[in-house]
Design a protein around this ligand. Sequence first.
Ligand code: A2P
Ligand code: MG
Ligand code: MG
Ligand code: MG
Length: 357
Amino acid sequence: MSLASHTTPLLSRIISSSVAAANQAGIIIRDIMKKGELGIVQKESARDLQTEADRAAQRCIITSLNKHFPKMTIIGEEGEVESSLASGQVFDTSTHTPINVTCPPTLTSLSEEEVCMLSTHTPTDTSTHTPTDTPTDTPTDTPINVTCPSTLTSLSEEEVVVWVDPLDGTAEYTQGLLDHVTVLIGIASGGKAIGGVIHQPYYNYQNPGSALGRTVWGVVGGEVGGMAMVKPPPGKLIVTTTRSHSSSTVNDAITSVSPTEVLRVGGAGHKVMLLLEGRAHVYIFASPGCKKWDTCAPQAILEAAGGVLTDIKGIPIPYHATAPHRNSTGVLATAKGQDHGTFVDKIPSHVKDNLKA
Ligand SMILES: Nc1ncnc2c1ncn2[C@@H]1O[C@H](COP(=O)(O)O)[C@@H](O)[C@H]1OP(=O)(O)O
Ligand SMILES: [Mg+2]
Ligand SMILES: [Mg+2]
Ligand SMILES: [Mg+2]
């Protein structure tokens, strides 16, 4: 069954396919956690990890998107998993050391696409959900209806760059902080984030009997689907920031806005979800650690919801295929109704000067 008719605008079809791929990736992420064999490798530093879930989820997403949209540029956080693809322009950003994994003879002839399909039919749960829970994952081949703004209806595949973070919040995943984990698929064109999908594989995992996992999507200038948005409480200033990549600069930036509360949680996707859920007013990360795949999808959804995401100086983040992967000048995001410029102005000069492009 096809994901959507070809009379449907390209952006709507990409969002629909991305929702399906992100749901699949979520199943894989939960499966690997359930089996407990995380296969952790260190990338650039001890605070920069990759697990088998990051690798397998990326393989699933990129294989699926490349199959449906072969002329699109896809840039994924993890590497090596895309190299066998026949068509499309796919960038390998891997820096990790490969590990040796012995494959049982019964599984040697598996194709990448079969791995995704097998996962579709293998519902999984987390420990706090009883085995009798009804699987609640969205079937991967059910298209969602996404209205495309008229300015984006004539987009071609060649103009689209997709930034994939198959598992955002890897540090928290390895530490069992499962609700910090998201799958991020960001869609860009002309250097701008135009659409995005955030899947939370463990949404509701501490509420047995409730639907496990959810997927939120948005189109800039269009709508947000998959959740009910809430305004953050008036009379407070709740800041969300990193819990695993902190520094004195990060803390100086937070102090400068005089928060009433600071939520130190993992993942860029998770923190933007807090803004959309009205649980925080502003997300401040005055550090160069975040990359384009961390911010593209969250930015698109936040902007579709009336919020703003820029670097710490208030400058837009570029999402061209050739843009540097690193967001070296930090991240500042505000929920709908907040004055983004006021926060930019409050960040001290020494913090801004410390973050060079
Ligand atoms: N110093 C860093 N090294 C590697 N990744 C980082 C770093 N800082 C931030 N990130 C990425 O940005 C996300 C948000 O950061 P934080 O949770 O610290 O606020 C992290 O989950 C991680 O994405 P990922 O988990 O996909 O590697
Ligand atoms: Mg990572
Ligand atoms: Mg990330
Ligand atoms: Mg990641």
